[in-house]
Design a protein around this ligand. Structure first.
Ligand SMILES: CC(C)(COP(=O)(O)OP(=O)(O)OC[C@H]1O[C@@H](n2cnc3c(N)ncnc32)[C@H](O)[C@@H]1OP(=O)(O)O)[C@@H](O)C(=O)NCCC(=O)NCCS
Length: 164
């Protein structure tokens, strides 16, 4: 039997107002800026869960489904949905807040973070405890993401070897 700690999912949330410095010529938000913020909030979530530093290993299935405009208030919400031995899949959603405080999802991605020990080596994370039906569904998505990602990792190795 594993003596690894079991832990409920952790979350992290942050909101910003989109400034002109966050936007392009059309007044919509730069994708790179959005990913930077998603990475940061996801990193906070990963650290809370792992109780260790965590680095971004990959970003999976980034979807920008609605343009975000200058002046919008957007909220970043991250949660751990799946854990491996040292890795965590963190789903980060970006929602826009309307003037009536309604919420609309504008982007989402799955970030894989790896927990690191004090000498910079991957270290074990707790086992994710699944509490609800929603968490069960998200956990299945996380498992699929990791399965697909293992294939991508192999392809990347081949690309490096063959200098493609
Ligand atoms: C991520 C990293 C720590 C993995 O190191 P490694 O020596 O390959 O470690 P391991 O082979 O022991 O793998 C550790 C875990 O990382 C996962 N992993 C490794 N490479 C990965 C990748 N490219 N994408 C997603 N997960 C990856 C493994 O599947 C494993 O997960 P598990 O323990 O849950 O099964 C290393 O590649 C690294 O430091 N990358 C740079 C991270 C970084 O700087 N991020 C900021 C972006 S600029």
């Amino acid at each position: 039997m594993s003596d690894r700690l079991k832990k409920k999912s952790t979350e992290a949330t942050s909101s910003i107002m989109v400034f002109p410095s966050d936007t392009n010529d059309y007044g919509t938000m730069y994708g790179g800026r959005l990913i930077e913020m998603m990475d940061m909030v996801g990193g906070i979530c990963a650290r809370r869960f792992a109780s260790h530093k965590a680095v971004t290993a990959s970003i999976e299935d980034m979807q920008f489904n609605k343009a975000i405009n200058r002046g919008d208030i957007i909220e970043f919400n991250s949660r751990v949905i799946y854990t491996g031995k040292t890795s965590m899949v963190i789903k980060t959603k970006v929602t826009r807040e309307g003037y009536d405080e309604s919420k609309e999802v504008c982007a989402r991605a799955y970030f894989v973070f790896v927990a690191m020990d004090s000498v910079g080596k991957p270290t074990e994370v707790p086992i994710l405890e699944i509490m609800t039906e929603k968490e069960e569904k998200l956990n299945k998505i996380g498992a699929e993401i990791r399965k697909r990602q293992a294939f991508e990792e192999k392809r990347f190795e081949i690309e490096l070897k063959e200098n493609l």
